[in-house]
Ligand binder design. Structure first.
Ligand SMILES: NC(=O)c1ccc[n+]([C@@H]2O[C@H](COP(=O)([O-])OP(=O)(O)OC[C@H]3O[C@@H](n4cnc5c(N)ncnc54)[C@H](OP(=O)(O)O)[C@@H]3O)[C@@H](O)[C@H]2O)c1
Length: 310
């Protein structure tokens, strides 16, 4: 039972909806909203209090793309937390390729850097008690019907992961939407490696599936945003079936991932092969690189090359 939960990127989208659903659980005593903007965080807290009738939300301000900002956040945390949902992330938009002080580009820093620092600093201080849920995506195994190719790294070596994290892997052809799957693959492999390093904690990787009602499309190029928001999400995906669901359904995957014993440590759960919605399945049954423990450890080592200098 998780009494206290911290969620990164909790002021909107899936993070906020997961906060709402968790607050309605009997056992929940505290939900910490980790957000980068005080005004947006206050607005989300007020809204969540109104929607749930619970005054159990706390705000903590930090930027997951900045390791030092996250270290300062952890210094302020005095009581142990049962579960952490590493939700902050996305395709990031125009600044995705920009190199941050860590050496990671903004896309990787947002999806990985601060989320990893948060977990590792909490563990170091004995402030993390039970579960970490790392948010991934079906972009990793790909979705054939939509022409989304699976992530296919040649060797998954430390150097190759490091090149994904600073963007050099993609040469001059960096496109955030393509790099996104590779960055989520690195984040996923890190979490799987952590599940072996810390067998007393539960590390679950979960994709929310293709979820409507979030701000995710806003970071896409205008034409793609328009097509996704007004054509694909409301018309095309529902017609195909098994391709889209609501915010309530997407966020429930996170809630189940940390609360339900059926979800095991060291497993990446997402939609069935070729789908973006429906029941979740263990992705390693058809995307077998996930099982390779050397690849997992390589992702961990590559991430630490950047964390050590951030
Ligand atoms: N929506 C989908 O269909 C889908 C599918 C697969 C995976 N996912 C994953 O699910 C997660 C949530 O996505 P979403 O669709 O809910 O997106 P969203 O509506 O854009 O929400 C993203 C959240 O992350 C926060 N965030 C971004 N950068 C941050 C930073 N540097 N520091 C702190 N917080 C930061 C945002 O804060 P601001 O409001 O301040 O920007 C926002 O609260 C992401 O990891 C995404 O990759 C989503």
């Amino acid at each position: 039972m998780n009494q206290s939960i911290l969620i990164t990127g909790a002021n909107t989208g899936l993070g906020k909806e997961a906060a709402r659903q968790l607050a309605l659980k009997k056992e929940t005593k505290k939900v910490i909203l980790f957000c980068r903007n005080q005004v947006k965080a206050e607005a989300a807290k007020k809204d969540l209090e109104e929607q749930t009738g619970k005054k159990i939300f706390e705000i903590i301000i930090g930027d997951v793309a900045d390791a030092n900002s996250v270290r300062k956040v952890v210094e302020k945390i005095k009581e142990p937390i049962d579960a952490v949902i590493l939700n902050a992330g996305g395709v990031v938009g125009k600044t995705a390729a920009k190199i941050t002080p860590s050496g990671m580009n903004e896309l990787a820093a947002t999806n990985i850097l601060g989320n990893v620092v948060l977990v590792e600093e909490l563990i170091k201080r004995d402030l993390l008690k039970k579960t970490v849920l790392s948010v991934s995506a079906e972009a990793v195994p790909g979705v054939k019907m939509l022409g989304m190719k699976p992530v296919a790294m040649k060797t998954s070596s430390v150097d190759e992961f490091a090149a994904v994290l600073d963007g050099s892997y993609f040469g001059d052809k960096f496109e955030a939407i393509q790099a996104y799957g590779y960055v989520k693959y690195a984040a996923t492999m890190w979490a799987l490696s952590m599940s072996r390093k810390y067998p007393d904690l539960k590390f679950v990787v979960m994709s929310p599936g293709n979820t409507g009602g979030t701000n995710a499309p806003d970071s896409l190029p205008p034409a793609m945003k328009f097509m996704l928001k007004y054509l694909m999400m409301p018309i095309v995906f529902p017609l195909i079936g098994g391709m889209v669901h609501t915010l309530t359904v997407g966020a429930k995957r996170f809630v189940d991932g940390i609360s339900d014993e059926r979800f095991k440590s060291g497993v990446f759960y997402a939609s069935a092969a070729g789908k973006l919605s429906g029941d979740v399945v263990d992705q390693s049954t058809f995307y077998t690189d996930l099982k390779n423990t050397s690849f997992q450890d390589n992702a961990d080592e590559a991430i630490h090359r950047f964390i050590d200098r951030a």
